[in-house]
Every structure is written in C-alpha cells, then in structure tokens.
Design a protein around this ligand. Structure first.
Ligand code: NA7
Length: 550
C-alpha cells in the first residue's frame, strides 16, 4: 500500500490509495481489481445502494436493451456460471439484484460509503495526491481518483416555466421513487419519447385513466420480443462462456455477439432487403441495425431501413394521422440509440392514449393542474419527465475538479470534453474516467467497455508501482490527436446527423461534439493495449519526487 501521509493542515483527512466515485458496475469492478493489487480504496456512492444506473432508473418497464447473457460481467467464470438470468432482456429489478449479488459475493460493501456524493477534488502538485471533498463534509486524500460516475446518470428536467406550481406528482424516469407508483385512475402526461418513455408508456397506459404523450421528436423503435430464457439457451452460453465473451470483445464492433452480414444494403434487391429487415424485426432488439454492414455509413442504405420501420408503424397504428406523427423523419435510423420496446406503437391504438405533437405546439408552461402546449391546456394529475440526461459529461461536470495548475475540468472542457482514450485528461494527473468521453462506452455493451477500462487502469497502476512511479497524465499532443481522431471517425458515419445526446444536442448550450468513440471495440482495445505495451506512449509517467511532467 502507498504510504500516503495525511496533510498536516487538515488533521481529519482520511487517506487511501484510491478514491472511486460511484458504485455502479464500473465502481464495483474497479474496487475489486484494486483490492487485488493490495491497494486501499474508498468508494463514495450518492445512492443508498449499489447498481448505479440500475439503482436510479426504476421506472415501469425499465430493462436493458442488451441481452442478459451478454450484459453481465465476464471477469469471473464462477460468477457467470452461477448467476441465472430469467429473461432475454433483464428487467431493472433483476439487474439490481445482480449488482447486489456481486457486491456481496466479492465482499465489496465494507469499502463503500453510501449516501455520500463527491462534491470537489483538488490535485496537490507537491504531494501528487488528490484531496476529495464529500457531501458529509469530510476530506479524503488519495493518490488515484477514479470516476465511475456513469454516462447516463445526471437526470435532467427542462426548465419549463411554472414547474414549481404543479399541484400533482412529478417523476423523472432516471430518478424514480423506491416504491411502486400506481397511476390507476389518473390523467398522466409523459414528456419525451426516448428509450425510457418508450419502455414505460405501454405500462403506464394500462393503468392511467388517460395518458397524454408529449412528443417533440419521433424515435425509431423495434420490438424486443422479450421472453423467458430457456435452460437450453443459458446452458449453450455457459458451455463456452469465456470464448463467447472473447469473441464479443475482439470481433464485434459493439462488444455484443451478433452476426453482421458482410454485405451492403445497396447490394441487395428490394425483396432481399425486405426479407432481411423482416428477419431483424422478427428477431427483435438492437441487432436490427446489423441487418447490413453499412446502415450507419451510407445514407441511401439507411433510408431503406427507415422506410421499413416507418412501414411497420403504419401497419401497427390504426389512425393514419397518429401513425404519421410517430414515423421518425428527421434523423437516420440508429443515429440516435435505437429503442427496443414491447407494444409501444400498438399502445397508440388504445382509446385512453393521446399523442400530442409538441414540436408543432411546444410546451409553454406547467400549470397547477396540468400544462399548456400551444393553445391547448391538458389537465393532469401526474407528469412523468422522460426527458433524458446530461449524458457522458454531466456527472463529471457536477464535481468541481481542480487539476495540477488549479484549472478546473469544467473550464478545460468548456468547448467539449477532451480526454486521451476517453480515460484521462491532460493537466489532471492520476484522474481516470471509466467509459469517459472519447471511448466506445455508450456505443458498446457497457459492461464489456467497463471491464476493459478497469483492467487497463489496474494494469497501469500495477506498472507504475512496479517501477516506483506514482504519477501519470496524458501529453497534450497525444490528447489532441485522440480528440481529433474521435471526431474524424465520427464524421465518417451518419451519427453526427442526429440531434442526439451523443452530440450533446439535448442540453441547451452544450457544445455539439460527438462524444463516444465510434471506431469499434476491437480497434479501441488494440490501441489501448499497444499504448500500454509501448510503455504508455502518449502519457507522462513520473514519481512525485520528480518534476511535474511537461
Ligand atoms: P433521451 O433518449 O434523451 O430522450 C429524452 C426525450 O425527452 C426525447 O424524446 C426528447 O425530445 C424529450 N425532451 C427533452 N426535452 C424536451 C422538451 N423541452 N420538450 C419536449 N420533449 C423534450 O432519454 P431517455 O431517458 O429516454 O434515454 C436515454 C438512454 O438511456 C437511451 O438512449 C438508452 O441508451 C438508455 P427530443 O428528441 O430532444 O426532441
């Protein structure tokens, strides 16, 4: 263990080798790996339990859009053999049970302090340590500060005038109460039609006396065809889990084992495309986007998939005007994360569901008994904000992080996030971000990417300790090159054409930068591995006893 001496000016200072922020899947695995190195680590978690995203997003119908057999840790063979998933797409309570099982199984809780947010962190250049301030008023010193704060954890409610005057109940999907909410007999408004709304609307519609869906932008959604996992299916995975995990990591763009034909949509005939899309629709899930190899590269190819899904919407939704409104027409399919639903479009055939076009008539004001959009007032007992997150940077930005020259990370990132490999930012030594901006993160199976980052960080710290080093930060040149590369690769695809949260476009005033790395999981892993093997080329490594790196 590093001998960290508490700062004499602050006698109450606790010290650890590492502070980890967040006890979601990233923070839990990071703690486990650091313990394996013999380091002391303290995790601060603002929730009262583990699970991160899956702790907060308890809205009706919340479930993962990556199949359960793949959306799970691969680091422990015993764990993956023992755990039994019940459904093809695990519902939120089951994923939360899994996170709790992992915390117990690896005895992680004793190093996690719950109900405690990290508010600020300052790097002391002289000692080469971070001083971390927490919401309980304490300070903790640590050599390493690791942000496992998640990509979608800063829930956001738009600044609607009159919000505080609403007399009914309000909810945000990403901050749902820890009890069952029953909307029976109520007039409910759901604002937003992203993934969270699309999952919750069919269930809320079954309860509510009337449901108003306030849609600004229609979204593409494909059916989940969720079902119980058969014993045979689970057994087939478990018979060669390690090999399948390896193929997912090394051979698929997004860390999810899927068969992608080596074929452009434009090489196929119209009948061939129809058959391929029907097969994707029948299969269900995000693998619909893998019907061809160029759906996110070629607009003409993408248009064929858009037309297919728009056709399905027209088939499902009986009222042609409602169907037209539900048909997305302003972005290529998949350039916003494609949604995966159970009966979403069919819900609009229910007599108690009304779709309101707030693109044409924006929400002007929340009223004590509802809201006003355009010239119309809607009486509501409850409002569900399914309005998304300040994604990828929002949870990092909430912490007042001061680097080695006193500049804050927010000042540095004012025109958009700047990270080398999405892992570290120049000027902020020993600060690691798990699945940070500039890494595949949200474009991949998050757990695959979390494990890769945690393993890289662990290996990096082990490397430094073996050489008597205790300080690392990227060079400005390497970081500039990586940021330019992330941007350049993104613009080879159709992704930047959408006003998505990937682009920061959902937050007024946020810089429009495509934040995740789109080069694919295998290419990214290889780059990270080569950099590590090459003595961390592009990073300055030193010891606190040496001069500050240039
Ligand atoms: P999203 O996908 O960001 O969706 C937020 C929705 O809220 C989206 O339809 C927005 O419309 C809508 N919104 C936001 N602000 C407003 C205002 N002011 N008026 C009307 N409508 C508004 O968040 P989710 O929670 O659904 O999903 C996030 C990710 O979690 C998802 O991609 C999965 O990866 C899991 P807009 O499109 O901006 O017009």
């Amino acid at each position: 263990m590093d001998a960290l001496q508490p700062n004499s000016a602050a006698p109450a200072l606790r010290s650890h080798d590492a502070v980890i922020v967040g006890a979601g899947f990233g923070g839990l695995y990071m703690l486990h790996r650091l313990r394996g190195l013999g380091l002391s680590a303290r995790v601060f978690e603002q929730g009262s339990g583990v699970g991160g995203t899956w702790y907060w997003n308890r809205y009706p119908g919340a479930r993962c859009d990556v199949e359960s057999m793949q959306y799970s840790y691969g680091f422990s063979e015993d764990l993956q053999q023992d755990w039994q998933w019940s459904e093809r797409y695990a519902p939120q309570p089951e994923i939360l049970r899994y996170a709790n099982h992992v915390a117990d199984r690896f005895d992680l809780r004793r190093d996690i302090q719950f109900d405690t947010g990290v508010t600020a962190a300052r790097f002391d250049d002289a000692s080469g340590t971070w001083s971390v301030s927490t919401s309980d008023g304490a300070e903790t010193a640590a050599r390493y500060l690791i942000l496992a704060t998640g990509c979608l954890s800063n829930a956001r409610i738009p600044d609607f005038p009159g919000l505080d005057d609403f007399a009914g109940k309000t909810y945000h999907t990403g901050h749902w109460p820890h009890r069952t909410i029953d909307f029976t007999g109520q007039r409910v408004g759901v604002i937003g039609t992203g993934s969270s709304a699309i999952q919750s609307i069919p269930i809320i519609a079954e309860q509510a006396a009337h449901l108003f869906v306030f849609q600004r932008t229609a979204n593409f959604s494909v059916p989940a065809h969720n079902a119980a996992i058969s014993t045979d299916y689970a057994a087939s995975w478990k018979s060669d889990y390690a090999a399948r995990r390896r193929r997912a990591r090394e051979e698929t763009r997004n860390g999810i084992l899927t068969v992608v034909p080596d074929k452009s949509a434009m090489e196929d005939t119209a009948e061939g495309r129809r058959a391929a899309y029907e097969a994707g629709w029948a299969r269900g899930g995000i693998s619909f986007m893998s019907s061809y190899n160029d759906l996110l590269l070629n607009k003409e190819a993408n248009d064929t998939a858009c037309d297919f899904v728009r056709g399905k919407i027209a088939e499902i939704v009986r009222d042609p005007a409602v169907a037209r409104l539900l048909q997305p027409n302003d972005h290529p399919i998949g350039s916003k994360r494609i949604c995966v639903d159970t009966d979403y479009y069919a819900t609009f055939n229910r007599p108690n569901v009304t779709l309101v076009n707030v693109r044409a008539e924006p929400i002007e004001r929340i009223l004590p008994n509802g809201l006003r959009a355009g010239a119309k007032e809607y009486a509501l007992d409850a409002i569900v904000f399914a309005t998304g997150f300040d994604a990828m940077t929002g949870s990092v930005a909430k912490i007042d992080i001061h680097g080695r020259d006193g500049r804050t990370l927010n000042q540095k990132w004012v025109e958009g996030p700047r990270c080398h490999l999405g892992l570290m930012s120049a000027g902020f030594p020993n600060l690691f971000i798990i699945t940070g901006p500039g890494s595949p993160s949200v474009l991949s199976n998050m757990i695959v990417s979390i494990e890769q980052h945690v393993d890289w960080i662990t290996d990096c710290i082990a490397h430094m300790r073996a050489r008597g080093l205790d300080r690392i930060e990227p060079t400005v040149a390497a970081e500039d090159d990586w940021v330019a590369h992330v941007n350049e690769v993104a613009h080879r695809t159709l992704y930047p054409q959408a006003n998505s949260w990937y682009m920061g476009a959902n937050i007024p005033g946020k810089p429009r930068i495509f934040m995740p790395y789109i080069g694919g999981v295998p290419a990214y892993r290889q780059i990270c591995a080569e950099i590590a093997a090459n003595d961390y080329a592009g990073f300055s490594l030193s010891s606190a006893r040496q001069a500050t790196p240039a």
